[in-house]
Design a protein around this ligand. Structure first.
Ligand code: BES
Ligand code: MN
Ligand code: ZN
Length: 483
C-alpha cells in the first residue's frame, strides 16, 4: 500500500473517499468544519436532522457530495470529545477503514480530528492500515481490499513512519494468529522469524530439539513429546542501545493446544491455533522496534511447541525437571503454557536480562475474571507493572492487575516434586498460573500479561475483525519508544 501524509485541503482532495470525524458532544472543528463549509453546510444540516451517526466508530457515507472533489465523504463518529485519546483515534480510523475497504479503492484520504497528539497521529495511521486488512486469508473472494493509496492529513512524517510500522506489526500478529496450525507450527514460525530477521537486521537464533536437550529444557520438551512436530525456541535480538541493560519479551507459542491427554472438549479446541498469540506479539514488536531503530536493547524469547496426544505424550503424574533444576509434577497436561514458559523464562534469566515481560494466552480463568476484552497483569515488581499499565492506558488498550499474594503459593506445592502445574481446583486459576511462572524468573523484575481473552475475537466489532486482534502491540511499541 502506498501511504503518505498530505497537506491538501479536504475539499480539493481528489480521492475515492475522504474520511472526516465528528464528536457526539462538540461542534465541528478542523477538517470537518472545512468540509462543512465547502459543502454549503451539508454536514451540519445532516447532524441537525440526526442523519449522521456520531457514536464512537459509527460510520455514514455521503455519496457524490457537491462542493468537494472526492466521490464520497465517510463520516465516522469519534465519541465524546473528553475521551478522545489515542485509543479512540485508532478505533475510529480502523472503523472507517473497515467500512471503506469492503470494495477495492484507488485512493482514500483520512482527515480525522484536530490538533492531534503524536500518539493519536500514529494511531490513526495504524488504525487505517489495520482496518483494511481482512482475515480472509484463504477465501477466494476477498471481503476486504487494502487501498492502493492511503493519504493521511494532520500527521507528521514521523507519525506516518511510526504508525505504519505499528500497523504492519499488528497485521503481522493477526496473520500469524489466523493462519491454521498446519501452516504455523514451531518450525514454520521459526522460519517466519528468520525471514523477518533478514528483512529488518534483527539477529535470530533458533534452537532445535537437540539444542533444547543440550540446554536442559525439560519442561518445554515434555510438552512437545506428544507431537510429531519438533519444538523450537527462537531468540530474537535487537541491540541498538549501547550499554543500556536488556529487556526481555517472552512469548508463549503453543501453535496448537489440544490439551494433550487432558484433552480439551471440541468446542474449546476450535480456536487453539491461536494459542501462539503471545509468540506472534513478541515477534511483531521486535519487527517494529527494529524497523524504527529504537535506541534500546531488547531480546525476544519465543517458546514454540504443539500440545498433542501422540503415543509418547507426557502423562499426568509425570515429574519433569525444568532448565533451572526445579522439579514439576504434571497434574494436567492442558496446563502446558506455564511449562513451556518456565524454560523460556529461564533462558532469558540466564542471559542476564534486567527486566521481563511475558505475553501468553495462559488461562481460561483470566477470561472468567476479566472478560474477553481485558488482559490480566501479574507482577513481582509493582513499579514495572505500573509502567506497563500506564503505556496501555495511553494507547487505550485495556489491562487490569490481579494480586500475587504469597498465600497463593500454597496451591502450587506438590506431593512428590517441588511444584505442580495446576492450582487446587479452578479458583484463582489465572493467579496460580502466574505464581508458577514466578518460580522461573529468579527475582528479575517481571510482569506477566495473560492475553487469553483479548488476543482473539470471536465476534466482530465496528473497528475490529473476527480472529487475531494484535492486542498490546501498540502498547508495547509505545512503552519501548519512551524507554
Ligand atoms: N491455552 C489455554 C488457555 C486458553 C483458554 C487460551 C481459552 C485462550 C482461550 C491453556 O493452555 C489452558 O488450557 N489452560 C487451562 C489451565 C488449567 C488446566 C489449569 C485452562 O485455562 O483451563
Ligand atoms: Mn492448555
Ligand atoms: Zn495453551
Amino acid at each position: 500500500m502506498n501511504l503518505q501524509r498530505t497537506e491538501q485541503s479536504p475539499a480539493a482532495m481528489a480521492a475515492d473517499a475522504i474520511v472526516i470525524g465528528v464528536h457526539d458532544d462538540s461542534p465541528l472543528e478542523g477538517s470537518s468544519s472545512e468540509v462543512d463549509k465547502a459543502c454549503d453546510g451539508l454536514i451540519s444540516k445532516l447532524l441537525g436532522r440526526r442523519d449522521l451517526a456520531t457514536g464512537e466508530c459509527q460510520t455514514t457515507s455521503i455519496l457524490a457530495p457537491a462542493g468537494v472533489k472526492a466521490d464520497q465523504i465517510l463520516v465516522v463518529g469519534l465519541g465524546s470529545r473528553a475521551k478522545w485519546g489515542a485509543g479512540a483515534a485508532y478505533r475510529a480510523a480502523a472503523a472507517a477503514s473497515m467500512a471503506l475497504s469492503k470494495k477495492p479503492r484507488q485512493h482514500v484520504a483520512f482527515y480525522l480530528g484536530h490538533d492531534l497528539s503524536s500518539l493519536q497521529q500514529q494511531n490513526i495511521v495504524a488504525g487505517a492500515m489495520v482496518g483494511c486488512h481482512g482475515n480472509d486469508l484463504y477465501r477466494r473472494e476477498k471481503d476486504r481490499h487494502p487501498f492502493a493509496k492511503l493519504s493521511v492529513a494532520g500527521v507528521s512524517e514521523a507519525a506516518v513512519t511510526a504508525g505504519s510500522t505499528i500497523g504492519a506489526a499488528v497485521n503481522l500478529t493477526r496473520r500469524l494468529v489466523n493462519e491454521p496450525a498446519d501452516v504455523i507450527y514451531p518450525e514454520s514460525f521459526a522460519n517466519e522469524a528468520e525471514q523477518i530477521g533478514r528483512q529488518t537486521g534483527l539477529s535470530v537464533e533458533v534452537w532445535d530439539k537437540p539444542r533444547l536437550q543440550a540446554e536442559r529444557c525439560g519442561a518445554l520438551l515434555a510438552v512437545a513429546r506428544g507431537s510429531s512436530r519438533d519444538p523450537r525456541l527462537v531468540i530474537v535480538r535487537h541491540q541498538a542501545g549501547g550499554a543500556k541493560p536488556t529487556l526481555a519479551l517472552v512469548g508463549k507459542g503453543v501453535t496448537f493446544d489440544s490439551g494433550g491427554l487432558s484433552l480439551k472438549p471440541s468446542d474449546n479446541m476450535k480456536t487453539m491455533k491461536a494459542d501462539m498469540a503471545g509468540a506472534a506479539t513478541v515477534l511483531a514488536v521486535m519487527q517494529a522496534i527494529a524497523t524504527l531503530r529504537l535506541p534500546i536493547n531488547v531480546t525476544g524469547y519465543i517458546g514454540l511447541t504443539e500440545n498433542m496426544t501422540g503415543g509418547d505424550a507426557y502423562k499426568l503424574g509425570d515429574v519433569l525437571t525444568a532448565r533451572n533444576g526445579k522439579t514439576i509434577e504434571v497434574l494436567n497436561t492442558d496446563a502446558e503454557g506455564r511449562l513451556l514458559l518456565a524454560d523460556t523464562l529461564s533462558v532469558a534469566v540466564d542471559d542476564g536480562v534486567e527486566r521481563i515481560i511475558d505475553l501468553a494466552t495462559l488461562t481460561g480463568a483470566c477470561v472468567v475474571a476479566l472478560g474477553l476484552d481485558v488482559a490480566g497483569l501479574m507482577t513481582n515488581d509493582q513499579s514495572w507493572c505500573d509502567t506497563i499499565a500506564s503505556a496501555a492506558a495511553d494507547c487505550g488498550e485495556k489491562v487490569w492487575q490481579l494480586p500475587m499474594f504469597e498465600l497463593y503459593d500454597e496451591q502450587i506445592k506438590a506431593a512428590i516434586a517441588d511444584i505442580r502445574n495446576t492450582g487446587e481446583g479452578r479458583w484463582g486459576g489465572a493467579i496460580t498460573a502466574a505464581k508458577f511462572l514466578e518460580q522461573f524468573v529468579a527475582g528479575t523484575p517481571w510482569t506477566h500479561i495473560d492475553i487469553a481473552g483479548p488476543s482473539f475475537a470471536e465476534k466482530p466489532k465496528p473497528w475490529q475483525e473476527v480472529g487475531g486482534t494484535g492486542c498490546l502491540v501498540r502498547t508495547l511499541v509505545h512503552l519501548l519508544s519512551s524507554f
